[in-house]
Design a protein around this ligand. Structure first.
Ligand code: XMP
Length: 204
């Protein structure tokens, strides 16, 4: 598939966070402007690739919500939307067992599925979710993620649409959490090391 020539591989220069977040966030990896521009080009590519198709967007809860909302509003095409809930019970930065907390309701058999997630990290989550979806016999499954950390991959899985390839930092913001916090940051940032506290349960 033709991917746009994105700025996704342009060097990521870390910047100071806004004053409000400076105590907790060490640096901004992706500014809201940079994310917005990349989301626009991802949407253009998706519109082109799925033109005339019977598209179902399947988004993973909860980390995708901000990215998904921005991406959806850029897609001027017929589509259906559904969610799968996955809880990884990662205490903080490492995922462990996956539990499905919400099942798909829409019928995807014979349809084109675009599976949307916040980040492709070890790949365990998307590997398991796409295997589950394949059993429903969609026409095809493509994967779209805002962030990709290829250096951490444990499963043979790649995304078809990637917002940004990032180095191995645990990132928060724009939907991504640490212990359920920081999802509301309008940028993707790196937390200060002292913010990583003992483990609590968390959803992806
Ligand atoms: P993997 O690919 O390892 O990713 O199965 C599973 C889920 O873990 C979350 N994740 C992160 N969340 N910052 C976060 O806030 C990160 O750097 C990060 N890496 C992984 C994410 O929800 C993903 O869907």
């Amino acid at each position: 598939m033709d991917m746009p020539v994105p700025k996704k591989n342009a060097p990521l220069r870390q910047k100071d966070p806004p004053p409000r977040w400076r105590k907790e966030v060490q640096s901004v990896l992706l500014s809201r402007e940079r994310i917005a521009s990349r989301v626009r080009s991802l949407a253009r590519q998706i519109e082109k690739d799925f033109a005339g198709r019977d598209l179902v967007i399947v988004a993973l809860l909860n980390g995708t919500v901000v990215f998904l909302a921005d991406l959806l509003r850029r897609l001027s095409m017929p589509l259906r939307l559904d969610f799968i809930g996955v809880s990884s019970y990662r205490g903080g930065t490492e995922s462990s067992d996956l539990v499905f907390t919400k099942e798909l309701r829409l019928n995807v058999t014979g349809r084109d599925v675009l599976l949307v997630d916040d980040i492709l990290d070890t790949g365990n989550t998307l590997f398991r979710v796409s295997a589950k979806l394949r059993r429903l016999r969609p026409r095809q499954i493509k994967i779209c993620v805002l962030l990709d950390k290829p250096s951490r991959r444990q499963e043979q899985i790649a995304a078809d649409y990637v917002g940004f390839i990032i180095p191995d930092h645990f990132v928060v913001g724009y939907g991504l959490d640490y212990a359920e916090q920081y999802r509301n940051l309008p940028f993707v940032g790196i937390l200060r090391p002292e913010m990583f506290a003992p483990r609590h349960g968390s959803q992806t």
